[in-house]
Write a protein that binds this ligand. Structure first.
Ligand code: 218
Length: 193
């Protein structure tokens, strides 16, 4: 690898560490939606921007690091960890797959460089990553969180309401921000050399 290649890898990694730290810090800001267990996850916004800016592998790696940190700093103490398999699926894996947003990196950056808003593509690929995360929470919810369902409610319906609700809440947050701050999003996604 060339010296320039190595230096760039170091920049990508450093950005990933900063974004992960930011996502983690944001989870300590109150983020209730008013409906119990349905939360805004503010860190999804910087993660989405990072994955679109740097692509699939950096996105997956940053998401994975975020998931491990969230498990250690919040999961164990908040009661979000029930057993090793559930913990693995809902933390490293569910946060990691947010990086799938990076699948849209090339297309989104091309669209921005062509002078377009890229809004549809940003929303589409963010939806892909957010959906992957909440689909895993939905599966885990149906299997492991049924005891928290209101009396008589089917665990899978309960999980669909909670995790489907979280997916929708976070999509609304992303769409509003991507529309209002479209210029900022575009500037943050494009890598200036
Ligand atoms: C129905 C239900 N309730 C709770 C959980 C657990 N869950 C949901 C979303 C996100 C996370 C990760 C920490 O923010 C967790 C542990 C569930 N899957 N389903």
């Amino acid at each position: 690898m060339t010296e320039v290649g190595k230096k760039n890898d170091l920049i990508v990694l450093t950005e990933g560490a900063l974004i992960t730290a930011l996502a983690m810090v944001l989870s300590f800001v109150p983020h209730s939606t008013g409906v119990s267990s349905v939360e805004f996850v503010y860190g999804l916004i910087p993660m989405s921007i990072y994955a679109l800016r740097r692509g699939l592998k950096p996105g997956l790696m940053a998401g994975l690091a975020w998931g491990i940190l969230d498990l250690v700093l919040r999961g164990f103490s908040s009661g979000g960890f029930l057993n090793p398999l559930q913990g693995f699926v809902e933390y490293p894996l569910a946060f990691g797959v947010v990086g799938l947003i990076g699948l849209g990196s090339v297309q989104v950056k091309r669209s921005i460089k062509d002078g377009k808003s890229a809004l549809g593509l940003i929303i589409f690929y963010s939806a892909l990553g957010f959906f992957a995360k909440y689909f895993l929470h939905f599966i885990a919810g149906g299997i492991y969180w049924g005891t928290y369902a209101p009396k008589g409610m089917n665990p899978w319906i309960y999980s669909l309401v909670i995790n489907g609700g979280s997916f929708i809440a976070n999509m609304i947050m992303l769409v509003v921000l991507a529309v209002v701050l479209n210029r900022v999003f575009k500037q943050l996604i494009i890598v200036k050399s």
